[in-house]
Design a protein around this ligand. Sequence first.
Ligand SMILES: Cc1cc2nc3c(=O)[nH]c(=O)nc-3n(C[C@H](O)[C@H](O)[C@H](O)COP(=O)(O)OP(=O)(O)OC[C@H]3O[C@@H](n4cnc5c(N)ncnc54)[C@H](O)[C@@H]3O)c2cc1C
Length: 441
Amino acid sequence: MTNYVIIGNSVAANAAARRIHDLDPESPITMVSDEPEPYYSRCGLMYYVMDHCWRRDLYIADQEHYRRMNATLVHDKVTGVNAGAHELQLESGDTMPYDKLLIASGTRGNRLGVENEDADGIHDFVTLADADKILAETRTARRAMVIGGGLIGAEAAEVLHALKVPTSFLIREDYFFPILCSELQGRCVEERFAHHNVSMHLQRLVDRFEVNEAGHVSAVIDDAGDRYEVDLVVRSIGVSAAMEFLDGSGIESDRGILVDECMRTSDADVFAAGDCAEIKFPGQERTVIQKLWYTAQPMGWVAGEMMTGGECHYEQTTPYTSAMFMDLDFCSHGEVPAPWNDYEEHNIEAPNGLDCLRLVHEDERLVGATFLGTALTKEDLEHMVSTSMTLSAAIASVQRVFGDKVSDRAPRARIGERRRLSRRPPFWPFGTRRTWREDCL
Ligand SMILES: Cc1cc2nc3c(=O)[nH]c(=O)nc-3n(C[C@H](O)[C@H](O)[C@H](O)COP(=O)(O)OP(=O)(O)OC[C@H]3O[C@@H](n4cnc5c(N)ncnc54)[C@H](O)[C@@H]3O)c2cc1C
């Protein structure tokens, strides 16, 4: 019998538990999480707050799920790992022994480090508890601000707008989400939000928050001295690996918990998977951190197999993202410009002024693409990138499609409608896959 302990109760943790139970059904598994909830969908949070689904629809698991895996779920916070003694320290004061440990602790929202940041009314948008608090405050909020322009910030702004709370963004960069969007796409998204009365204040940093007598946020002051009166703030300036409990453990970490392609940390009995893992693939200089639901699941699976003494490794998948910015579809596939590479890019805008494509290439070979609009699909981008299409061939085929779409505005309206009609969240956010319940359970 092996005593398996898992820190976390989300997608990586549950994939690992499932795999451990498949391969070693007699051994007990203990999962410890600082969230009181059973396993739920983070990706569905916005749909819950927007009232597109019930709270209960977010849950992927019930008590029976843990019982089936011979697993016990403990609600506590891990504060330390004593790797030598094979023991966890918990906030409750208890200790928890383990033979094999998986760290699947995910990430926490980054902090700004400014005055009054802990005031009431300032929230992250990462957990179900955050979503509950935001939802409760939207009932009385008069004006909200989202700090940071990325996927989560855009979701938060859309939620607040849908709940009729006048909202604006404060964004450090000079256009929306430059990590994935081209400047053209960023400006289109900005226009689309503005069309819905959600304005973006670009190239601004938060200097401090002001609070009222009750300790509730009352204003955001930016670095130019401008003051925005708000009573609800969503902070979405990125996330970092939740691994503060590893201090002094000797387990190596950098931007995340360092693992090899088999999810092994520097300690033979400790593994890490999901958003908290920083992977060093053999023969690659650069380490990889993937903060996505669909990558956390196979990482957990690999970790589970390795913990039972099996042999397998995680295969890096080509990164892809799909999202909606208000009623605009956005998707990306492959490598998009990042500080460590010097790819070139080519932008194409459809004559209808609605669709824009960014092609990223190394010499003539296409390595990545991002698309905003309705003329192309995620599968189109995947095809172009996975077949290493040449830049000129990609431009020619896209121009043909864009040409056909010159005055076709109908698809966008249909997308908006589809969303409004749905009361169930698209649990698997990347529509072409099977439902994620099937994948994860
Ligand atoms: C609003 C939102 C929308 C998203 N939408 C998408 C999307 O559309 N598509 C997509 O691919 N990804 C999306 N993501 C990202 C996706 O949710 C994450 O990639 C995924 O949840 C990572 O899973 P994980 O198992 O690594 O960790 P997490 O889901 O972060 O879970 C970490 C677990 O560890 C526990 N934990 C952490 N620290 C401790 C501690 N000290 N003690 C005890 N327990 C601890 C937590 O309670 C939690 O159970 C979204 C994220 C958010 C916040």
